[in-house]
Ligand binder design. Structure first.
Ligand code: MOS
Length: 717
């Protein structure tokens, strides 16, 4: 890996380039969506319902309306109609339709929006509203309602069966266990915020926290019956999202609705508590895994069932069980999936959506099986290694998971692991080692990028992609520099603007594969164009004077917009990124305190474009995984249907003291199929497998198998 060097700009794919926007971020120069001081700005504050199911029968808003600085109080009784919310709308808005009716589906369901000259005045006025409800019985208790699980999508979700269902039951060695994950909130540092302002009746601009400005543009256009070209979305910097900004939420529509009503810009910021109910979360899930194996460790059957919670007003599904269909060779495999509708906010994809949940269960069960068989957990995985995708019966486009096992085992010191649990000590502390693996689909979507040569010889590239943290601009600059053959510091990359050429939402670990391919292909085409203008053969690699070409041809600038997408060939392969996470943990026998001492994350994600930002992303995913396994849990008080820990004091995200030395290792072999760069994506697999690695290490250290996350000290003493 090449190091960052001073004075010599890096310019090759595979280098370690510092973030091109790093300086802006650390100096406060980076502006987030809540920081735009639009002239005439007003402030919106949502009023949450205090019942958990029922209807709002009356609201007395007089005092609020008369309070100083108040411009409007929007309620179900006076809200201007949102066209996309109405029956028969051309493109109906999915999900919650705020203020469109007087229903309350969950505690915290917004029932009013107060707009005032200042945030404080809006907040105060919101307290003056008197609401009368007709409360109905509600259900928030997942466990109590477990049996009310339904097959999602009105039965369109089919059970998966390969070979014989539940074949594990007849195998000589059997593991059959339930694994539970609590609801886990995305909790990005930056609160969700939207600033909206109209220009006349049919044009609107938003500064909003978004993982996809094109998606946001379409959603707002649909909601208000506008031409998407008249909806401008800006989301240049995003302070973390993890999936919570993949979609446009009802409060964003409400901000636009309010701005139209008061004819002034409105900024609506969610409170941290509202972040627990209004922008999704990883749903509470109970999974049953059945594994059956022969004495040699070969799997006979895998059964994976999952029940997860969803909302009564909108169904959310995820791929929790899918990993069990393809990660290991087993002649028999079957999965079942149900959702349990409750009076809660709707869940959303959260980093490693589905797979992170599923791999915790599968990889824990496999660990349990390894002890029953007395076979080393890595050896057990090797005996069930599969060189083709057993679910789809296709070859992998590339798979180097074996190499991940090997390198991870070396780096964590697997040879020091005791085969019998509870045997190893370092002073007072019990010591253990664990492995957890995962996979996530390697996707590539159609994407565009515009390459522009400016008179000073520098290149500007624009694409309507996002950067929720991974350093997208930095990777794109490196791809362009390498392809054009010029230093990275001669290139700028702009994103987060819906007027730029179309790009997919930043989700599903697909950005480098999708947008990177457009940048790559665009720069190849651009170089050919320049070569031709310079009188060279189109494919010449000779250096060219960029600024000189413009002068010579008397051009102010030169630009090209490139669209790029995967080919038919890709359909003949199964494409995944793979991960193997290794943990070394210390557990204190008296206090139950768990210290993750070391975490090694080894991934096969194809070619790595920028080692520095990729490593940072892997560390971030590991932090998320440690939160999942040790600290994070949104606790519902089922008497009231309300979370009791909706804040950062009581909902524990890991802090620096919880995070060990995390080492990220990349196999770094290009995938020959997926795209011209050979990249597969790391955003999700950085987390998928971490929870199982730590839980398995805790078992190895203590002999205690904890199947309910988070593994808090009380579960270990
Ligand atoms: Mo990610 S859950 O695809 O934002």
């Amino acid at each position: 890996m090449k190091k960052d060097t001073i004075g010599e700009p890096l310019s090759k794919v595979g280098d370690s380039l510092s973030r091109v926007d790093g300086r802006l971020k650390v100096t406060g120069g980076a502006k987030y969506s809540g920081e735009y001081k639009v002239p005439g700005l007003t402030y919106g504050v949502l009023v949450p319902a205090t019942i958990t199911n029922g209807t709002v029968t009356a609201m007395d808003t007089k005092a609020a309306e008369r309070a100083p600085g108040v411009l409007a109080v929007i309620t179900p009784f006076n809200a201007p109609k949102v066209p996309g919310y109405q029956p028969g709308a051309a493109k109906p808005v999915r999900g919650l339709k705020l203020f469109n009716d007087n229903q309350v589906h969950f505690n915290g369901h917004p029932i009013a929006l107060v707009v005032a000259e200042t945030f404080e005045r809006a907040t105060y006025a919101a307290t003056l509203i008197k609401t009368t409800y007709q409360a109905q019985p509600f259900e928030t208790d997942f466990h109590k309602n477990f049996d009310k699980g339904v097959v999602p999508n009105e039965g369109k979700y089919k059970d998966y069966v390969r070979g014989e269902a539940d074949a594990y039951k007849n195998a000589p060695f059997v593991v059959e266990q339930d694994y539970m994950l609590p609801s886990e909130m995305h909790n990005p540092m930056e609160l969700h915020v939207t600033t909206a302002f109209w220009d006349g009746e049919d044009k609107v601009t938003l500064y909003t926290k978004s993982q996809g400005v094109i998606g946001s543009q379409r959603a707002i256009a649909n909601a208000f019956g506008l031409d998407p070209a008249n909806v401008q979305i800006n989301s240049r910097f995003v302070g973390g999202a993890f999936g919570s900004s993949l979609r446009t939420w009802p409060h964003e529509v409400a901000a636009v609705q309010a701005a139209k009503l008061v004819k002034r810009p409105v900024k609506l910021t969610l409170t941290r508590e509202q972040m627990f109910t209004l922008v999704g979360y990883r749903p509470l899930t109970i999974q049953k895994i059945g594994l059956g194996a022969a004495a040699d460790g070969k799997l006979v059957g895998i059964t994976h069932e999952s029940h997860s919670q969803t909302a009564v007003y909108e169904e959310f599904t995820e791929n929790a069980v899918n990993v069990s269909r393809f990660l290991y060779a087993s002649p028999n495999a079957n999965t079942r999936y149900k959702v349990v509708p409750l009076n809660v906010g709707v869940p959303a994809p959260m980093r490693g959506p589905g797979e992170a949940t599923g791999s915790f269960a599968l990889e824990s069960a496999l660990d349990e099986l390894s002890y029953k068989l007395n076979i080393d957990p890595i050896e057990l995985r090797l005996r069930n290694y599969t060189y083709t995708d057993p679910e789809r019966n296709l070859p992998w486009s590339s798979k180097f998971l074996k190499e991940c096992y090997q390198q991870g085992a070396d780096r964590i010191g697997w040879d020091k692991r005791a085969a019998t649990p509870g045997q190893q000590r370092d002073g007072e502390w019990m010591v253990g080692y664990g492995i957890g693996c995962g996979a996530f689909g390697a996707y590539r979507s159609k994407s565009q990028a515009k390459i522009k040569l400016l008179p000073d010889g520098t290149i500007n590239i624009q694409s309507a992609t996002s950067d929720i943290g991974p350093g997208t601009g930095t990777s794109m600059v490196l791809i362009a520099a390498d392809t054009l053959g010029i230093p990275a510091d001669k290139i700028t990359f702009e994103l987060g603007n819906s007027s730029f050429p179309v790009a997919p939402t930043q989700g599903g670990s697909q950005t480098v594969s999708s947008v990177g391919s457009a940048v790559h292909d665009g720069c190849v085409a651009f170089k050919q164009k320049l070569n031709t203008l310079a009188g060279l053969p189109a494919d010449s690699t000779a250096p060219i004077d960029y600024a000189g070409i413009l002068k010579q041809h008397n051009l102010p600038s030169l630009e090209l917009t490139q669209e790029s997408q995967g080919g038919e060939e890709a359909k003949k392969y199964s494409m995944y990124s793979f991960s193997a996470h290794f943990a070394q943990v210390y557990v204190h026998p008296l206090t139950g305190q768990v210290k993750v001492k070391k975490l090694v994350a080894v991934v096969d994600a194809g070619k790595i474009v920028n080692h520095k930002t990729a490593s940072s992303q892997m560390i971030g995913g590991a932090v998320g995984g440690i939160g999942m396994v040790l600290t994070e849990e949104a606790l519902m008080d089922d008497r009231y249907g309300r979370y009791v820990n909706g804040n950062f004091a009581d909902y524990h995200v890991p802090v620096n003291a919880d995070i060990p030395d995390v080492e990220a290792i990349f196999i770094d072999k290009p995938d020959p199929i997926i795209n011209p760069l050979g990249t597969k994506g790391i955003g999700e697999i950085s987390l998928i497998g971490v929870a199982a690695a730590v839980a398995n290490a805790i078992y190895n250290a203590t002999g205690k198998r904890v199947r309910e996350l988070p593994i808090t000290p009380d579960k270990l003493v």
